[in-house]
Every structure is written in C-alpha cells, then in structure tokens.
Design a protein around this ligand. Sequence first.
Ligand code: FES
Length: 87
Amino acid sequence: AFDIELARSAMTLHVPSGKTILEVMRDAGLTVPSSCEQGACGTCLTGVMEGEVDHQDVYLNDSEKQSNTCMMTCVSRAKSARLVLDI
Ligand code: FES
C-alpha cells in the first residue's frame, strides 16, 4: 500500500493492495480516461513528479520506465511510500 498525491487536484489518496491507482482516483470522484485497463493501450498515461514507480505495464519501453517520469495508472504501482502525480 502507498499514498498518491495528486499535484493539480490538491488531493492525497491511499492506495491499498488490491486496488489500482486508477480505481482509487475514480472512487475519489476524479474523471480519468482509460481503455484496456491492462497496461497495454497507453490511454491512462500519467506524469510522475516524485516517487519511484513499480511499472507493471507493457506499453512503456525500458528507457521510459527508467526515466520514472510517467506511468500507467491502471496496472502500475509504487516502490516508494508516496508518488506525486501530475493530475
Ligand atoms: Fe490501457 Fe492503462 S488503460 S494502459
């Protein structure tokens, strides 16, 4: 489990194990675009401002994953206790 801070929405949310970042943001009332929800299509691409991502998708290439500046919120999670997202 970890926390996400949504920089532009001025909101901090807790992501428990068993829920995706996308689900937690929707539960909080945010409208977030998605399509495949399996980490393949790229629709849920989100900027990462702080924190370390645990990439679980097959959309980003290795250098994009290593850059730690974007993530797919439908499947990927955090290695750090907190992620700051550009949402
Ligand atoms: Fe398709 Fe996240 S919704 S990659």
